[in-house]
Design a protein. Sequence first.
Lengths: 114, 110
Amino acid sequence: DVKVTQSSRYLVKRTGEKVFLECVQDMDHENMFWYRQDPGLGLRLIYFSYDVKMKEKGDIPEGYSVSREKKERFSLILESASTNQTSMYLCASSLSGRATDTQYFGPGTRLTVL
Amino acid sequence: QKEVEQNSGPLSVPEGAIASLNCTYSDRVSQSFFWYRQYSGKSPELIMSIYSNGDKEDGRFTAQLNKASQYVSLLIRDSQPSDSATYLCAVNPGTYKYIFGTGTRLKVLA
């Protein structure tokens, strides 16, 4: 079974704080993704990574950065949290770059920025 | 035009009925299609994937794909209250990216 874990289920931070969200997958997947999900807007891709130290911007990268130092771990960083970054953050992974590969999601982190 | 479109619902069906969820996509080169179920406050979990035109059945679930019409659907037979959730359609156009619809909320009435 594919397992994707995220460091926190709920997180409350203050405006201006630096926030780290971590994601780990245990299936040797090449690709990892960070999404945010907001009511009415669906899943929006922030960043993805197709290899260690490789990253690509998604649709809404502004205000975020990522790090992938090891294959199994993909971190999302909010350099200076703002209230409009309050959201559900979902990490996902897939085996490789084939279109038929399934994306598997972690449990999500609900981040509130006060 | 959104790349993947779904009716937001809610779609209400009585227990035991067939629920029909629909999804249209705009990119003709899309190669693979996925249906995810998402319970409130939880993350999406895969129900089915489909890559070829036609029907694919898995238990009470049937996915239907028509590439000519750019249409994919999910049928849930013998709907149960536990099927009440938001169903997300996702499309992969042959890249690393997956494009998600905003989901259809299904309510199965006991």
